[in-house]
Design a protein around this ligand. Structure first.
Ligand code: C5P
Length: 328
């Protein structure tokens, strides 16, 4: 097997994990000239993990775990793109096998693919002995996708730009217990953004040069994040729950109306708040504590409105190595 000169002896395989994200606040601005939307978001990493092992072996991508058959195994796979980016930058010709174990819903609005890329960046950096450091990895991450930098960083962070510009909210430590209800099928992120643009234009067809002070009349837009940021420093789950917002929800519900029933069942089961996660179709239900979350999860399961129901918590940390035979 060819061996790259920059590969430290013994670093034959490295495993890293990266968390799912949820958006406690997801404000979406208008479509930009580059095809993206400006975002104002509060990201939070939650305790569902993607696991990626990179090893000096034949180039291949193997995916296991729930939803694995829907994940591409060619070089369009986001983890493969992460490996290719670092390998090219290092001028390495090492052949690198990638094994991905899915712990985050596929196409669920929780950044499962982005977490794969984040874990692959962290693991490949170590495998090839690049020593890039977190800031440099986050910069590479932004080239791969808007949510990838956050999956490296973890915790709770304010996201701006297209979501890739991060400011960690250090004081936002209040723990949350969340029920995650997976839907049948997934939603593609660009499709949901396009549906949001369509709904906004439809609600305001006669006014293409809309008043910036009143954009998207009729379709509410999430406001500022200051009250949420303040609430996140406290320890009142109900206060936080009352301030959650997601502009993408209307578009996800338009594309998948059955989610309305899921949300209703979760709210009637006593969740403090129910909402679509990011671009959906996963639904999130915020609870007072773990026991409450388990009770709400049981009720949602019983009503058969979700393909699978899980209980999770946040915040958790970002991408990190869990197994490195070099012991570094
Ligand atoms: O950045 P990422 O590759 O994950 O984005 C996937 C797609 O989602 C983009 O091509 C774009 O259509 C849409 N998107 C957007 N505005 C953002 C982030 C993503 O319109 N801020």
């Amino acid at each position: 097997m060819p061996r790259d000169a920059s590969t430290p002896a013994g670093a034959r395989a490295v495993t890293a994990v990266a968390p799912a994200k949820i958006n406690l606040h997801l404000g979406v601005g208008d479509l930009r000239a580059d095809g993206y939307h400006d975002l104002l978001t509060v990201y939070r990493a939650v305790d569902l993990w993607e696991r990626v092992t990179v090893s000096l072996d034949d180039d291949e991508v193997v995916v296991t775990g729930p939803g694995a058959p829907q994940v591409p195994t060619d070089r369009t796979n986001l983890a493969a793109r992460a490996v290719d980016l670092l390998r090219e930058e290092a001028g390495s010709d090492a052949r690198i096998a990638i094994r991905i174990h899915k712990g985050v819903p596929v196409a669920g609005g929780m950044a499962g693919g982005s977490a794969d890329a984040a874990a692959a960046l962290v693991a490949t950096d170590r495998l090839l002995g690049l020593g890039l450091g977190r800031a440099a990895l986050e910069e590479r991450a932004a080239r791969l996708g808007s949510d990838v930098p956050f999956c490296i960083r973890g915790g709770t962070a304010l996201g701006t730009g297209r979501g890739e510009k991060l400011a960690t909210l250090l004081h936002a430590r209040a723990e949350q217990h969340i029920v995650v209800a997976l839907a049948d099928g997934g939603l593609s992120t660009p499709t949901v953004f396009a549906e949001l643009d369509r709904l906004r234009a439809e609600r305001d067809p006669a006014d293409p040069g809309r008043d910036p002070a009143d954009p998207g009349r009729g379709l509410p837009r999430a406001g500022g994040v200051d009250p949420l940021v303040v609430a996140l420093a406290g320890d009142d789950p109900a206060a936080v729950a009352g301030l959650l917002a997601n502009d993408m929800e209307a578009a996800a519900l338009s594309l998948m109306p059955a989610l309305r029933r899921t949300l209703r069942v979760g709210r009637e089961a006593g969740a403090l708040h129910g909402m679509v996660s990011g671009s959906g179709p996963t639904c999130l239900f915020f609870c007072t504590d773990r026991d409450h979350a388990i009770a709400v999860a049981a009720e949602i399961s019983e009503h058969g409105v979700a393909r699978e129901v899980r209980v999770t918590r946040g915040p958790v940390g970002g991408a990190h190595i869990v197994d490195d035979p070099t012991g570094k």
